[in-house]
Design a protein around this ligand. Structure first.
Ligand code: FES
Length: 146
C-alpha cells in the first residue's frame, strides 16, 4: 500500500532530529491540542539573539513528531527574528506535504517555537507580546484539529 506520507515525513518520524531536553534552556514552550491529546515541548538556547540549540519532546502522532523535528532543523542557527517568521505552512512544505487532516499537527510545531521564544523574553523581564505577537489560545489550537 502506498503511504500517504512523503519520504521526508517518514524519515523525520523514524529518525527525528534534535529530540530531548536542554538543561538550563533559555526558553521552554509547551503546546497541546486538547482534541487529540498531543503535547509538544520545545527547548531553546539563545546566544546573542541566535538560537544556538533547540530540542523537543513530542508526546503525539507521527506528523507531530516529523513537523517538530523539521521545525527544529529550520530554526537552529537562526536569529529569533528569523525563527518567528517560520510558519506551519513552511514546515509542511519542507516535508513535501502532509495529508489535509494532519495539517493541524504542524501548528503545534509553529506554536511551541513561538511559546519558547515568548518564555525566553518573559524570563528576561521583557513583555513578549510586542515581539512575538499573540500566541494561539487553547481554543484556537483545538480548532485547528480537523
Ligand atoms: Fe494530534 Fe497530530 S493528531 S498532533
Amino acid at each position: 500500500m502506498a503511504s500517504v506520507y512523503s519520504e521526508k515525513v517518514m524519515d523525520h518520524f523514524i529518525n527525528p532530529r534534535n529530540v530531548g531536553e536542554i538543561e538550563n534552556a533559555d526558553g521552554i514552550g509547551e503546546i497541546g491540542n486538547a482534541k487529540c491529546g498531543d503535547i509538544m515541548k520545545m527547548y531553546i538556547k539563545v546566544e546573542n539573539d541566535v538560537i544556538v540549540d533547540v530540542k523537543f519532546k513530542t508526546f503525539g502522532c507521527g506528523s507531530a513528531i516529523a513537523t517538530s523535528s523539521m521545525a527544529t532543523e529550520m530554526i537552529k542557527g537562526k536569529t529569533i527574528a528569523e525563527a518567528l517568521t517560520l510558519s506551519n505552512k513552511a514546515v509542511v512544505e519542507a516535508l513535501d506535504g502532509l495529508p489535509a487532516h494532519k495539517i493541524h499537527c504542524s501548528v503545534l510545531a509553529e506554536q511551541s517555537i513561538r511559546a519558547a521564544i515568548a518564555d525566553y523574553y518573559r524570563r528576561r523581564g521583557i513583555d513578549p507580546e510586542p515581539i512575538v505577537g499573540k500566541t494561539m489560545t487553547d481554543e484556537e489550537i483545538e480548532a485547528c484539529h480537523i
